[in-house]
Each structure stands twice: as C-alpha cells, then as structure tokens.
Design a protein around this ligand. Structure first.
Ligand code: CA
Length: 450
C-alpha cells in the first residue's frame, strides 16, 4: 500500500492504549479501545432501544454512561452526549465531526486502563451476548453503487465477453436507488424470495422461488450531516458528511435479476433483503488505515468534481474483507464455517467514499442523516477472491467446494453467510467491523430450492 502522509490522528489512535475492559485488549479483538463503534440495542424485552459503544465483548450503555461523561464536560461535549443518552444515535450522527471527535476522546479517556471513572462506568457495561442489536438509525434512503471494478469486470464478462466494462464505468460511480425498508440487522434470517423466472429464452415466465440466490460482499457508509437540496457536496468536504461504515450483504436473486433488469436495473432481485452489521465504525477510527487511491496507469483522470489531491493520496482505506459460509448440513455435523473468499477494499474499489458522495450530490440530490451508501461488491482481482457466488461459480458452471462432498453454485436454504472485515497497519492497533450474518429461510409456501 502506498503511504498516506496526511492522516489526522489524535491520542485516541495511540496503539499502546489499553482498556480496563480486559476483553478489549486481546490482540484479535474487533473492538479495542482504538475502535469505539456506535450501535443501538435492546437490553430487555419491552425496553426502548438504547445507544451503545462496543468495547471488547461488552457494550457501554450510553443512556447511563452519558451523564457520567458529561460531568466536567465543555458545552460541545455536553450537547453531543444528549442524543446518545436518549438513544438517538441519528441525532448524534447529524451533529458532525467536531462533536463525534469530542465524544470519541471522552470515551477513550474514560475507558483506558488508568481512568478515574472506571468504577462508575463498570456499572454501565452489558455483555454483547446479552443484547439484541438493532439497525443503528432510521435509514431513509439507500443507494447501492458498483465501485468494485473487479466485480464489475467479472460480471460484465459473463454477460458481454467483448466489452466487460460499460463505457461509463471509469467516468462515474455507477449506482441505483435501493430499498431502505427491507434492510435488516445482522442475525435476522432472510427468506428466499419468489420472483418471475424463465426456464429458457423461449419459455414464458412463472412465479417461483429463486433458485440462484446469492450474497454480495459489500461495505456500507452512513451519512452524517446531510446537504441542502440543490447544493452539491464538494469532494474536499465529502468526509464531513460521512459518519462511518458497516458490512453489507446485498442478497441477490440472480435468476430474477437476469429477467427483470433491463432497461432500468435491479428491482425485486435485490429489494427483498439487505443485511448490515450493527456497529458503525467511524471514519475517525479508520483514519490510521487511509491509503492512496490506486488506478491502473493510463486511465484518464476523473472529472474535476470527482478529483482532489487529498482523495488521490488518502481517499481509500486498507480494509481486509472476508466472506464465510456455514451450511445447515455442516452445522448439523459440527463442521466449522468455510472461508469462501478474501479481498481488500482499497484494491477492489475504483471509486472512494468521497467520490460516491460528490457524485451522488453533483446534480443537487440531497443526502440526509442516516442514508446508507453501499459500495457494491468488493471482489479481489483473482477469481478466488470474488465477493459473490455468481463469480465464484462462474455463473453456476463451476460449483465451489464447501466441505467433504459438498458444493455450492448458489445458496441453499439453511445456509448462513457471514461477512467480516478488519484493518491493520504498522503503527496502529488492529480494529474490526464485527460481523454481518444472515441465514436463508425456505421460500414462502415451503418450496425447497434445489
Ligand atoms: Ca450490490
């Protein structure tokens, strides 16, 4: 990775910091003191959702911790803690980076091993295993991009061997308007969709359960402060509008998609469900992992509204991605999940988050707090690094080995798909995004897909 010399770090990124929460200090912990991701959860049945911060294998309950952190706090920090105390993560996301940083620093100081607030805050901890995670906010709009160039090339090659990438691909971040209502938090099962299918090009379609159900390994980014309608976000200021990232599985019914997508793009093949990991890892936490945007030599520079020196030097993030499969049969036999593919965000994406925001708003579209932007499938360059079964099985022609005598071209009922991501770099503490998992339920009507 090319070095990025413009990282904006503070004491909260110090890799030597340890927490008085022991589980946060394990070398492989996703949520060490340097991460501090935000989420919403329900602790006990009938209770309203609360905002929390993940630390090790615990959640710091902000409804109880915020008043303690507000003691001796300045006005900015007090105002930033108020929505968190009320369980209103969305209200906090709307405040902007100065407020996010003030809370991050306060949390970092309160949770580090020499904290004087240790005793009081220890009473605000609850085990992650004891809570039910919710969506972090009300997602008003969801846009899914197509920024993974190796995915776009591989899928394009299946459809158009002569011209895998469409002529627009390297000029603009291609995207479509997704469905926000069917986004679910990790852990929620996903029902195999029905849709129009054709047995062959000459056959009339029929309504049936999808037989080519797939996952897509993606990241999502949440919008913090929005922009007024009619006012584009300059690429230099795009990061001020981005709160943080999560894992995102864009479940896809390939057979439904193949028939319905022309000429307006994906519709019901995508809109039945999208799973997200529940913890939002802030861009502040990811700051040590910023890296250069790498483009193939010879590519034309982006148009000025999609270009900045900072975006080229530091616009990408060095984040490792994995997708795992745990089938029903494997679970029954006590076999572990199998790794299907591994890739890296910075190497997979042609467009940065800042470019997605600048392009989304260039015509005047207003983004709003809590909107979710999907990156698109982040496949690696090699075929075995693909972030979808469509690519891994080459359109179903080459099934993938997933255990002794077991193969997959597409997902079976009972399959659990697990996405993971983490970042590590010299001079920084490793942090992770947690996981995004979902299990496929049989289609309505009980038809079992072969
Ligand atoms: Ca997608």
């Amino acid at each position: 990775m090319t070095a990025c010399s413009q990282r904006d770090l503070d004491s909260s990124h110090d890799p030597g910091l340890l927490s008085w929460v022991d589980s946060a200090n394990r070398p492989d912990a996703d949520f060490p003191l340097q991460n501090l991701p935000f989420g919403r959860y329900i602790g006990a049945a009938g209770e309203a959702a609360r905002a929390g911060v993940a630390i090790g294998d615990q959640v710091l309950d902000l409804s109880r911790a915020a008043p303690l952190l507000a003691q001796h706090a300045d006005a900015l920090l007090q105002a930033a803690l108020r929505p968190l105390q009320a369980g209103d993560l969305q209200g906090f996301m709307a405040l902007g980076r100065a407020s996010w940083r003030a809370v991050r620093l306060a949390l970092s100081q309160a949770l580090r091993s020499d904290s004087r607030q240790r005793e009081d805050l220890a009473r605000c901890l609850v085990a992650q295993s004891a809570v039910r995670m919710q969506l972090p906010c009300r997602i008003g709009d969801y846009t899914d991009f197509y920024s993974g160039i190796h995915h776009a090339t591989a899928v394009g090659r299946l459809l158009r061997p002569d011209q895998p990438l469409m002529p627009n691909y390297k000029w603009l971040p291609v995207g479509y308007h997704g469905r926000a209502s069917s986004i679910v938090a990790s852990g929620q099962a996903v029902r195999r969709p029905l849709g129009q299918l054709r047995a062959g090009a000459e056959q009339p379609p029929r309504l049936a359960a999808s037989r080519r159900l797939d996952f897509e390994l993606e990241l999502g980014a949440y919008i913090g402060p929005g922009n007024p309608q009619g006012e584009a976000v300059d690429i230099e200021h795009a990061h001020a509008h981005l709160f943080g990232v999560c894992l995102l599985n864009d479940w896809s019914a390939r057979d439904v998609q193949a028939w319905e997508y022309q000429p307006l793009g994906p519709f019901l093949a995508k809109s039945f469900a999208t799973s997200v990991s529940p913890w939002i890892v802030t861009l502040d936490a990811l700051e040590p992992f910023r890296t250069a945007l790498v483009r193939p030599s010879g590519d034309a520079p982006s148009l000025p509204y999609l270009s900045s020196r900072h975006n080229s030097a530091c616009g990408a993030y060095d984040l490792q991605l994995e997708v795992w499969l745990h089938g029903e049969e494997a679970r029954r036999q006590g076999r572990p999940a199998v790794l299907l593919a591994r890739s890296n965000w910075a190497r997979a994406a042609y467009w940065t988050l800042a470019q997605l925001v600048a392009h989304h708003t260039c015509g005047g579209c207003n983004l709003q707090t809590g909107d979710l932007l999907g990156t698109g499938t982040l496949s690696g360059e090699q075929p075995e690094q693909a972030g979808s079964l469509l690519e891994l099985s080459q359109g179903g022609r080459s099934p993938v080995e997933v255990g002794p005598g077991e193969q997959r071209s597409f997902l079976l009922d009972g399959d659990t798909v697990i996405l993971r991501a983490w970042a590590q770099a010299e001079g920084a503490r490793r942090i992770g995004l947690g996981e995004c998992s979902g299990t496929v339920l049989p289609a309505a009507g009980g038809e079992v897909a072969a």
